[in-house]
Design a protein. Structure first.
Length: 254
């Protein structure tokens, strides 16, 4: 399993792509998690083949996590994608995605490839992957996701403060991505994570590596310095590739 960090930025970052990752398993099956407005450009810069991505999973449909979908689909249509695409999203939030799919092809009604929109469930299997989701504490329902594939466990929080349910998903993961919007502690009813709470959670769960993302630009320097004091914690960067198949991947990441 390889994890390509397409973007680590917050909603309005001036310097980083909006938060998204691409997951590639040992059979080259690929998922994209979230597709904010600057994510298509990150894929184009990598020259990712138009037929490479099998699934797009949306943690939630705030614009910085979904507004790039119409652009991406339009690009794939324009360059002749034929491979079917599956999209997983909470059923209550799918209307936003349906409208973006229509915009990607307007005024026509047919793309060059079929799209299947599926309800994300608490648990399901996909091509040998074991998938589980749980809700974080956020302004709108936002799903964290745990993926078990190729004998590895990946956790990605989506936006929001950790909950008991998302902590259960995170436990035992080889690599955990946790949203961390703020260097300063936030109130317990806040809709985003903060550095002190993330550090405490990393130590509580004895994680191999927690990667913090969706951080405000102004807080990145302070969080980077703080992470340097904790060997199992680091701040995410656009373009980082975690190759979990390499024996020394964790040492290289740290």
């Amino acid at each position: 399993m390889r994890i390509d960090v397409l973007g680590c930025g917050s909603a309005f970052s001036l310097h980083h792509t909006t938060s998204a990752i691409r997951i590639i398993d040992n059979q080259q099956a690929q998922w994209l998690i979230d597709c904010g407005p600057t994510v298509p450009r990150a894929l184009w810069n990598r020259k990712v083949d138009i037929n490479a991505i099998d699934v797009i999973f949306f943690t939630h449909i705030h614009p910085d996590h979904c507004a790039g979908l119409a652009v991406l689909l339009n690009h794939w249509k324009s360059f002749g994608r034929v491979k079917p695409l599956q999209i997983y999203c909470q059923s209550e939030q799918q209307t936003v995605l349906v409208n973006q799919i229509a915009l990607a092809n307007w005024p026509h009604t047919e793309l060059t490839f079929p799209i299947e929109i599926l309800d994300s469930q608490p648990e399901w299997k996909w091509c040998g992957w074991q998938i589980r989701t749980a809700f974080a504490q956020h302004e709108i329902p936002s799903q964290a996701i745990r993926i078990e594939a190729d004998n590895h466990v990946l956790f990605y929080s989506g936006d929001g403060r950790p909950t008991d349910a998302t902590q259960s998903l995170m436990a035992g993961s080889a690599l955990a991505f946790q949203e961390c919007a703020s260097w300063q502690p936030l109130t317990t009813d806040a809709s985003h994570g903060d550095y002190p709470a993330c550090l405490a959670l990393c130590e509580k769960l004895a994680l191999n590596l927690m990667v913090l993302y969706h951080t405000q630009d102004a807080d990145r320097t302070a969080i980077t310095r703080a992470c340097a004091l904790h060997p199992n914690l680091r701040l995410s960067n656009d373009g980082t590739l975690f190759d979990l198949e390499k024996p020394n991947w964790l040492q290289a990441a740290l």
